[in-house]
Design a protein around this ligand. Structure first.
Ligand SMILES: CC(C)(COP(=O)(O)OP(=O)(O)OC[C@H]1O[C@@H](n2cnc3c(N)ncnc32)[C@H](O)[C@@H]1OP(=O)(O)O)[C@@H](O)C(=O)NCCC(=O)NCCS
Length: 165
């Protein structure tokens, strides 16, 4: 919207290191939720930034950034068009993989804008629906996604075997 202090645009080559920083924070947040289930990746920033920039050039993928009026990036979203998944008993869809908003930019509609842009782009490209996974301990993300019309469809469960008899 015109009165918003940020806008959403496709990621560009010069965003790589900031994308990597934000993606690194997303990785560490998930590790903090459950260190056994989620990967503890050291120095993930450079590799993640490179990966996101590669994805940004793929026709089926979508990497969006939220840029403040002063040029600072305050959030990003990574999604893609996915085909049929027999494992998930799911038809073709748009998939949202990552959404991150920097802490000092939260509660201002940045994630909402990123997600609404992504849903519009994925719909234009033929996706009949958008699916995502969210960590069960991530209550703020659940509230966000529900507010934006997502319904609960799957619950992932994990059992450790290392200490099992
Ligand atoms: C979850 C997250 C993306 C929300 O970003 P945001 O830009 O603050 O979200 P918005 O301002 O668009 O919020 C929209 C709505 O979501 C809900 N919401 C967002 N953050 C919330 C929180 N901490 N607690 C409860 N509800 C929340 C509210 O309903 C909010 O509407 P309101 O502002 O009218 O109350 C952000 O907190 C974040 O980056 N968290 C860490 C990464 C993450 O969890 N990513 C999602 C899973 S991959």
């Amino acid at each position: 919207m015109a009165d918003r202090p940020f806008h959403v645009r496709p990621a560009a080559r010069e965003d790589r290191s900031r994308l990597g920083e934000m993606a690194g924070r997303l990785v560490r947040l998930h590790y903090s939720f459950d260190p056994q289930r989620f990967l503890d990746l050291e120095d993930v920033e450079a590799g993640y930034g490179r990966w996101l920039m590669r994805e940004a050039t793929r026709e089926r993928a979508l990497v969006l950034v939220a840029e403040r009026i002063d040029g600072a990036l305050v959030g990003y979203l990574y999604g893609a068009l996915e085909g049929v998944s027999w494992e998930d008993l799911r038809g073709p869809c748009g998939y949202l993989h990552d959404v991150w908003v920097e802490e000092d930019a939260r509660h201002a509609g940045v994630a909402t804008s990123l997600i609404e842009h992504a849903c519009a782009r994925l719909k234009e490209r033929g996706a009949p629906r958008v699916v995502l996974m969210t960590a069960s301990r991530n209550a703020s993300a659940h509230a966000l996604f529900r507010k934006l019309g997502f319904r609960d469809t799957m619950i992932e469960m994990t059992r450790e075997l290392a200490d099992a008899p």
